[in-house]
Structures are given as structure tokens and as C-alpha cells.
Design a protein around this ligand. Structure first.
Ligand code: IFM
Length: 447
């Protein structure tokens, strides 16, 4: 039996734009994701989050699903434009009421609400002023986070500043695959630094507002492995690791940018920024799905590209290699090189092509195997002293998977998008048993 400590927190994560829908309801303003999805050709089959899972209206049913699942905690994000339709100025009381209702319903059934201020749906009004490329955003974000924390902090104890600033920088500002759709190295560098600084200012402000709040942030940290032993590939992997992982970890936990990126980031870093970014954390959120195999490639941006996974690798529906050793490696890396912070795995999970069988059930054994193998790797790191405190599966529900639209299903609960019916998958039952027992047997791993 793979066992976890008694006080280990079991949770599930979601994000506002991916599940809420109600994109124009009750005074909500437009976000960059509303506009990006409404631009033809940006998203698979031109899907959008206008309705998503309709969680805005169906949250009582979703909270009941969480209760029956046995969750200790639920991580969700607030839609900035539901609270401040133009990003700043007058708050929208109806939008605020929605999160009041959600938080109260969670507390009613004994689930801790973990609130993340930013999971990518930036107000379009702020994008029009430069978004993450404008230095002023660090103040806009801190003001917004301060307001939200004061609004809900009588009932919410755990706050996360950002979700995956690395994805925002890479996918939204360098590769143009996500909103706001920029492909610009300067925008990428500015978004990297400004997110770090915004996070630092928000952490400092919240700490001053209430020393009892538990404050953290969620970073996506996939280990970067060179595809070969060659000097070029090894260097390429180091460079990728610097820009994808260490540019976010190092200033936050070690107090400085890595040597390989300092020069490029220099134009954006002002006097006291570095000190402002390194704030005490109650916990670090780790989002981990796979590893990156990296190769040198002189014809691609920055001279690096992703190499194809090994021919015998198992892939998820996203094309990501199933590589559970990445979890062990990253947790041990945090232990050995970053002072062993308290870590909650705030996202881990897999998309598979789930379908209802003739009995109307979803028998997602591959997802169960994926989760088992990553939890076994987590347990191995725990046994070797990694300071892991909890695990939030991505995701509670199938939902809007950004550029992939609704084609990729990550949920423990299947969503029929035609009528929004929720159908718990086999992995939901498996996760419930795991939570009840505080562990699981490895039986499925051999199959
Ligand atoms: O769906 C996303 C989530 O919004 C951020 N982390 C990765 C998930 C899967 O791609």
C-alpha cells in the first residue's frame, strides 16, 4: 500500500475561464480569453469558453460532486473581470456575490477553498494598456489581489497569487498560442519579470494585511532533459530550464535570476525588484505533467526546440509523454536546491480520449494508472524527505482546454457538453477510495 501522511491534503483544481461560462453575465467584463476565442482560427474548431461547463450556474451540483468525492480542499481561480469588469475601478457586486456563494457552499460541506487570483483571464481593458508587458501591471495586480483577499479572507485561508506564469510568458507572449497571442521575445521577457514582480508585491501586501493567511503561488516546473549527451543538446536543455523553470523559481526562492537569463532580463529589472520578488511563502504550488525533451536547433527561436518523445513512450491525448519520474525528480530538486519548501502539487493529471460506454460509464483506467504512477513517485520523494503536503488533481471536471478547446478531457468527471450533464468516471471512484484510505495499492500499475 502506498500511504500518505494523515494530514496530507487531497484536492482538485479548476480555473475560472475553463469552467464558469456566463461570459457576459451579471456585469462581467471581457477578458483576453473571451476576445482570443472569439477571433476565428485561434482555437481548435473555434471553440470558446462562453458556456464552458456552466459552473457559474451549476456550482451547487459541482460542490456536491466534490463533497461526495471526499475532497479536503478545492483550488479555483477568480475571474478578474467578474470582480472588476475593466480590471480596476469599481468592483462589480454581482460578480463578488458569485464567489461568496461558492465559498460558502464549500465551507458548508467542509471543503477548504483555495483561491488563486490569476489563471490567465486578464481583463481586456488592462491588455489594451499593455497587459503583462506594461510595468504598471504589477500595481494593478497587487491592488486586485488585495481587494479579493480582503473580500473573502474571513473565510478563505489559502491564497495563490498566479497560476503558471511560465505558461503565460511562453504560450501567450512568445509562441502566440494562448491569449493575448503575442510572439515577441521582448513581450516574453517583460511578461516573465512583471509576473514575478506582481506576485512579489501581492505577497507582501497580503502578508501585511493578515499574517495568518497561507500564501503561495503555483509554478509549472517540468524537468528539462537533453535528448542526447552532446554538448549542444545539454546546453539547449539548460537554456530551456532557465527560461521555463528557473526564471520563476530562482528569483522567488533564491533571490536572483539565473546567470543565463540575467542579461536578457536586465532592461526590465529596476532597482529594488529582486528584493521585492523574494517574499516568504507558506507554500509553493507545483504543477507537473511530464518532462520536456530538449534538443539544440539552430533554425528555431533561441536555438532550442522540443525533441519528439522516445518511440516507446506512452503519450497522453495532449501528446505529452507519461513520465512519472519527473515528479520525483522535481520534488527532490526543490528539496535539494531550493531549501525544501512546503509543496502542494497543485496540478497533475492527464487528458485521454474518454467516451461513454454502452452502460453510460467512463472506464478511464489509463488516467487511474497515470495518477497512481505520479502519486507513487510523490510518495518516494516524501519518503526521502521532500516536504510535500498535498495533492490537487487536474481536474475536477472535463473543461475548456485552451487552444485545444473541448477536445481534451482531463476531468475525474465527464462533462457532456450538449446538456452539461456530469458523469463521474472510474477515476472519480478510485480517487474517492484513495482519499478514504489515505493511500492505494499499486495493483493497476502492472496492467
Ligand atoms: O488546463 C491546463 C491548466 O489551465 C494549466 N495547467 C495545465 C493544464 C493542462 O494543460
Amino acid at each position: 500500500m502506498i500511504r500518505f501522511p494523515q494530514d496530507f491534503i487531497w484536492g482538485a483544481s479548476t480555473a475560472s475561464y475553463q469552467i464558469e461560462g456566463a461570459w457576459q453575465e451579471d456585469g462581467k467584463g471581457p477578458s483576453i480569453w473571451d476576445n482570443f476565442c472569439h477571433t476565428a482560427g485561434k482555437i481548435a474548431d473555434n471553440h470558446n469558453g462562453d458556456e464552458a461547463c456552466d459552473h457559474y450556474h451549476r456550482y451547487p451540483e459541482d460542490v456536491a460532486l466534490m463533497r461526495d468525492l471526499g475532497l479536503d480542499a478545492y483550488r479555483f481561480s477568480t475571474a478578474w473581470t467578474r470582480l472588476f469588469p475593466q480590471g480596476r475601478g469599481q468592483p462589480n457586486s454581482k460578480g463578488c456575490d458569485f464567489y461568496d456563494r461558492l465559498i460558502d457552499s464549500l465551507l458548508d460541506v467542509g471543503i477548504q477553498p483555495w483561491l488563486c487570483f490569476y489563471h490567465w483571464d486578464l481583463p481586456q481593458a488592462l491588455q489594451d494598456k499593455g497587459g503583462w508587458t506594461a510595468r504598471d501591471i504589477v500595481y494593478w495586480f497587487a491592488d486586485y489581489a488585495g481587494y479579493v483577499a480582503e473580500q473573502y479572507g474571513d473565510r478563505v485561508e489559502h491564497f495563490l497569487m498566479l497560476n503558471e506564469p511560465g505558461s503565460v510568458a511562453f504560450l501567450g507572449h512568445l509562441l502566440g498560442q494562448h491569449a493575448p497571442g503575442l510572439s515577441d521575445i521582448n513581450a516574453f521577457l517583460a511578461a516573465t519579470h512583471h509576473q514575478n514582480l506582481a506576485q512579489g508585491l501581492a505577497l507582501k501586501l497580503l502578508r501585511e494585511l493578515n499574517a495568518d493567511w497561507q500564501l503561495g503561488t503555483a509554478l509549472n516546473l517540468q524537468p528539462a532533459h537533453a535528448v542526447s549527451e552532446s554538448e549542444e543538446d545539454q546546453q539547449a536543455a539548460k537554456l530551456f530550464d532557465t527560461f521555463a523553470n528557473r526564471n520563476f523559481l530562482d528569483p522567488l526562492l533564491l533571490g536572483g535570476y539565473p546567470a543565463l537569463s540575467q542579461g536578457l532580463l536586465e532592461p526590465y529589472v529596476k532597482n529594488d525588484d529582486i528584493a521585492a520578488i523574494k517574499q516568504p511563502l507558506n507554500f509553493l504550488g507545483l504543477n507537473l505533467y511530464t518532462r520536456f525533451l530538449i534538443q539544440a536547433n539552430s533554425s528555431s527561436l533561441m536555438g532550442i526546440s522540443q525533441a519528439p518523445p522516445p518511440a516507446d513512450a506512452e503519450l497522453t491525448d495532449m501528446g505529452w509523454e507519461v513520465y512519472p519520474a519527473a515528479m520525483y525528480e522535481q520534488l527532490m530538486n526543490l528539496k535539494e536546491k531550493y531549501g525544501n519548501p512546503a509543496v502542494y502539487i497543485t496540478e497533475n493529471g492527464a487528458a485521454f480520449a474518454d467516451a461513454l460506454n454502452h452502460r453510460g460509464q467512463v472506464n478511464d483506467t489509463r488516467r487511474i494508472r497515470y495518477l497512481e504512477s505520479h502519486l507513487a513517485a510523490t510518495q518516494k520523494a516524501l519518503a526521502q524527505g521532500a516536504n510535500v503536503k498535498g495533492y490537487f488533481v487536474w481536474s475536477l471536471l472535463d473543461n475548456f482546454e485552451w487552444a485545444e478547446g473541448y477536445h481534451k478531457r482531463f476531468g475525474l468527471v465527464y462533462v457532456d457538453y450538449a446538456d452539461k450533464q456530469r458523469i463521474p468516471k472510474a477515476s472519480y471512484t478510485w480517487f474517492n477510495k484513495l482519499i478514504c484510505k489515505g493511500g492505494f495499492t499499486l495493483s493497476q500499475l502492472d496492467s
